[in-house]
Design a protein around this ligand. Structure first.
Ligand code: FAD
Length: 440
């Protein structure tokens, strides 16, 4: 049975134009954005027989989804906007080398975003949002294993958990609280002494007070994951329009008819906006205001390490992520809200490197040249929950983005949810909390 026939039989009959032609058009999905979210949407939609065009202004080899730390982390159930971050953020944001930095500038969107972020950073909102984050994280964690089984593990995925390492009694106390919170969602944790951490890392000296292992977490090489997805989608007949920038849209009434690019026009049935930190810019062309700021982070990757880490770890006091990827080692971190740009604040990268050497005192690495420093932009919503769902202003628009520091972790679930939304199916989980119009 063709997808058109299935849609004709099962689509809602009232208020929707279900002629063969309209159903045929609805079967054509255009996705804007070839980051991990766009690619995973394409993956799940393609499996259901949709005809897909994915438009990406780059070439899927170097963006935010490429150089990140590679964690799939159900451990991260507490959204970024949490009570601690405001107190810490106020202290940190004055220092350009701190883990969290807001570059002072007059920008109405930044001010609106900041006010919303501040309002959300309280215990009540976190208690309301954490269960939604936990559910989608756990769904995504199980789907990533399905993807590995489907496509083969060409992306160095290792399912051995992730360590949270700390140096101070205060951080230890905070981490113990988080293990209790994780337990409420059935997420196992294991407290470790300094000696136990050292035993897990026989090749390097570790200088910590202790740590927590989250066995459910896993990690992979995000660049290899993106390449594997790209190859698979190309083989499956998805039309990847790379190096093509979307510049506008053609609409009639509440319908988007086509996407205008610098290489011509693409007619569309359904449209998915998955443009990461550029979402507000594209949404504005559709008359939609989305609250979202780019949060820049940096990473450095060392190839062919002779002595490498065995476990990925977050150096909690410094907010630095360390990820062994086969023989390679990536260290990354910092959150810099300074708009959309790829400039490098070297002091911030030096802080990442210093933290790494401070926790792993014998790690054989040197600070690299500037050309080896990668930066990427996390798409940050004011409450730390993504935007996933249809927008009521148009009959054929779905938005998928704003995954902040969890885009890779949430990509598989987001892809599956978007396929369900476009197919008018019951979604695998309640998506009300991810409402794309919650900051209208
Ligand atoms: C240092 C760092 C470490 C991180 N570590 C982790 C981690 O360990 N685990 C995790 O889950 N997440 C992590 N993240 C976050 C994760 O990388 C992001 O959440 C994720 O990559 C966002 O994916 P995306 O597809 O929404 O956006 P992007 O990857 O930014 O993709 C959006 C795409 O849209 C394209 N686009 C934009 N405008 C247009 C246009 N007009 N026309 C055509 N194309 C357009 C862009 O070129 C871009 O490729 C990290 C981020 C950073 C910076």
């Amino acid at each position: 049975m063709l997808l058109e026939d299935i849609l004709l039989n099962y689509l809602p009959k009232s208020g929707v134009n279900n002629t063969v032609e309209s159903v045929h058009m609805r079967n054509q999905v255009t996705i804007i954005g070839g980051g991990v979210i766009g690619l995973c949407c394409a993956y799940y939609l393609q499996k259901q027989g949709y005809r897909i065009t994915l438009i990406e202004k780059g070439d899927i080899t170097g963006g935010t989804s490429f150089g990140n730390a590679g964690y799939i982390s159900p451990s991260h159930i507490i959204p970024l906007a949490s009570p601690g971050i405001v107190a810490m953020g106020l202290r940190w944001m004055m220092s350009s080398s701190s883990p969290f930095y807001i570059k002072p500038r007059f920008d109405a969107d930044l001010i609106r975003w900041g006010i919303s972020f501040y309002k959300n950073a309280n215990a009540a909102t976190v208690a309301r949002n954490a269960p939604h984050l936990a559910r989608i994280l756990l769904l995504s964690r199980s789907l990533i294993t399905d993807i590995k089984n489907d496509l083969g593990n060409q992306f160095r995925m290792e399912e051995k958990g992730c360590l949270m390492l700390y140096k101070t009694p205060n951080t230890e106390k905070h981490e113990i609280e988080l293990t209790k919170e994780a337990g409420r969602y059935g997420i196992d944790t294991k407290m470790l002494s300094a000696k136990e951490v050292q035993d897990m890392e026989p090749d390097v000296e570790v200088n910590v007070r202790g740590g927590v292992l989250y066995p459910v977490d896993c990690h992979l090489h995000p660049g290899d994951f993106m390449q594997t997805m790209k190859d698979h989608l190309t083989r499956s007949g998805v039309n990847l329009m790379l190096n093509t920038e979307v510049t506008g849209f053609e609409k009639t009434g509440n319908k988007i008819n086509s996407v205008i690019t610098d290489k011509g026009k693409v007619e569309t049935g359904e449209l998915v906006l998955a443009a990461g930190s550029w979402l507000p810019l594209l949404a504005r062309k559709l008359g939609i205001h989305l609250l979202l700021q780019a949060g820049k982070g940096y990473s450095i990757t060392y190839k062919n390490m002779v002595q490498n880490l065995r476990y990925p770890a977050i150096l909690v006091d410094d907010r630095v992520a360390m990820t062994p990827m086969g023989n390679d080692l990536r260290m990354g971190g910092t959150m810099e809200i300074s708009g959309i740009n790829d400039s490098i604040m070297i002091k911030r990268v030096q802080s990442i490197f210093r933290a790494a050497k401070n926790y792993y005192t014998s790690l054989p690495v040197e600070f690299p040249g500037q050309d080896k420093i990668w930066s990427g932009l996390r798409p940050l919503t004011p409450d730390g929950l993504p935007y996933i769902g249809r927008h009521t202003r148009y009959s054929n628009l779905t938005i998928a983005g704003g995954h902040a520091m969890l885009g890779l972790s949430l990509a598989a679930a987001t892809g599956q949810l978007v396929e369900e939304i476009i197919g008018y199916k019951k979604t695998s989980l309640d998506i009300m909390a991810f409402d794309v119009e919650r900051y209208k």
